[in-house]
Design a protein around this ligand. Structure first.
Ligand SMILES: [Fe+2]
Length: 392
């Protein structure tokens, strides 16, 4: 929810008669969250969005999760996974998850020939590679590498890649929001925030699609799935306004907060969701104290699981990781720079790394796909004796 937005044609007051050129009424839709008590938008359709012709089962491959047991730090080399490439929904491969968030990777190669709607919570997409368009009833969002695309719960959308798209999907159990600490009493981003309202890209509303027929909308809500066949094209909106709509944010626009000494991950926070905090690590200058140590200190995040996804650059503090790696630093398991990394970092003035992180406050479980791409020796990678380390 960056700020109020308005696109297309809307009547001068809400909830009044608003007529089409042919004299018929547009169909107003309230798109609200937390019942009627949080952010919302009002959309005006050519036809009511309620005309459902059929509801059918959507039989999906269900991922099964196993506890991180024995509890340890993990390294998942997702680049080595043979993902079922396909459309951006069917190709999703969950790797980690709990009740609050499911983290999946996807290779989106083909356009979606149906619409998708998750009414169980917001979806946060991170585009690792590729470009294309996310079409929604609010309009189109062009995406490119290193975009976050935030899709509010209930949004009807489809993804049309224009080039093969590798993306990370965070399916959340609630709203993905901008951290409270960045917002003033009126919700505006404060001066100290690492981004500004102007950095967020709203969808661009296109001409409404008037046609009627049979349109497939695949619906998911907390593990319950269905295929809706609806009579009216979902993108028949002539105008909307409000505070709830999808938007994109590119990491190039993130202005990292740096300091005289090491800044902890919350200084790099991007978004938050129930039970989850998101951060981004982008190219930046290192700390400027003459005796500063650029890499992080050793620590155990005793009350959260940390999941870092490595996008590009030289990951100085983390031996063996590669593009597409995930590290899961489990609650209570100590971690930090690997042997030699502190000394190697001394005197370095900047980093070109790009990585995105989510901390979860409930333990994460792993799927079979995660175990398939795990480097099982990772938890030993802090041992001084190089003979116990895998290469890299
Ligand atoms: Fe950590």
């Amino acid at each position: 929810m960056p700020s109020y937005a308005r696109q297309g044609s809307v009547p001068h007051k809400r909830h009044i008669q608003f007529r089409r050129p042919d004299g018929g009424l547009y169909a107003e839709e309230l798109f609200s969250t937390k019942g009627f008590e949080s952010v919302y938008s009002l959309l005006y359709h050519l036809h009511p969005p309620t005309a459902t012709l059929d509801v059918r089962p959507w039989k999906r491959r269900a991922a099964s999760f196993a506890a991180n047991e024995p509890l340890r730090n993990r390294h998942l080399k997702s680049a080595s996974l043979r993902l079922q490439g396909g459309d951006p929904i069917e190709s999703r491969t969950p790797l980690l998850g709990n009740d609050d968030v499911v983290i999946a990777v996807a290779d989106a190669l083909a356009p979606m020939e149906y619409f998708y709607r998750n009414t169980g919570g917001d979806e946060l997409l991170f585009i690792h590679r590729g470009s294309g368009v996310v079409e929604t009833q609010f309009g189109e969002l062009a995406y490119r590498a290193h975009d976050y695309v935030l899709i509010p719960t209930g949004t009807v959308f489809r993804v049309l890649p224009s080039s093969p798209t590798r993306l990370l999907v965070y399916q959340c159990n609630g709203a993905v929001t901008i951290p409270r600490k960045y917002r003033n009493e009126f919700g505006q981003l404060e001066e100290h925030a690492p981004y500004y309202e102007r950095d967020f890209r709203a969808p661009v509303l296109k001409a409404p699609i008037a046609e009627q027929g049979e349109y497939e909308v695949r619906l998911t809500n907390g593990g319950r799935d269905a295929i809706y066949v609806v009579q009216n094209h979902p993108f028949d909106v002539v105008g909307w306004d409000g505070y709830c709509y999808p938007y994109a944010f590119n990491l190039d626009e993130f202005a990292p907060i740096t300091g005289k000494l090491h800044q902890p991950p919350p200084a790099h926070a991007t978004f938050e969701a129930p039970g989850a905090a998101f951060c981004a690590f982008v190219p930046r200058l290192f700390d400027y104290h003459p005796l500063a140590i650029p890499v992080p200190y050793n620590h155990s995040s005793v009350d959260c699981d940390e999941v870092l996804y490595y996008v590009s650059g030289n990951f100085m503090s983390r031996r063996g990781v590669e593009e597409g790696s995930f590290t899961l630093h489990a609650a209570g398991a100590p971690h930090g720079p690997q042997p030699g990394a502190v000394e190697q970092s001394l005197g370095k003035t900047s980093t070109d790394e790009i990585a995105v992180m989510v901390d979860t406050f409930k333990p994460l479980s792993l799927t079979e796909a995660a175990l398939q791409c795990e480097d099982p020796e990772y938890f030993r990678s802090w041992v001084e004796d190089g003979s116990s380390l895998r290469s890299g």
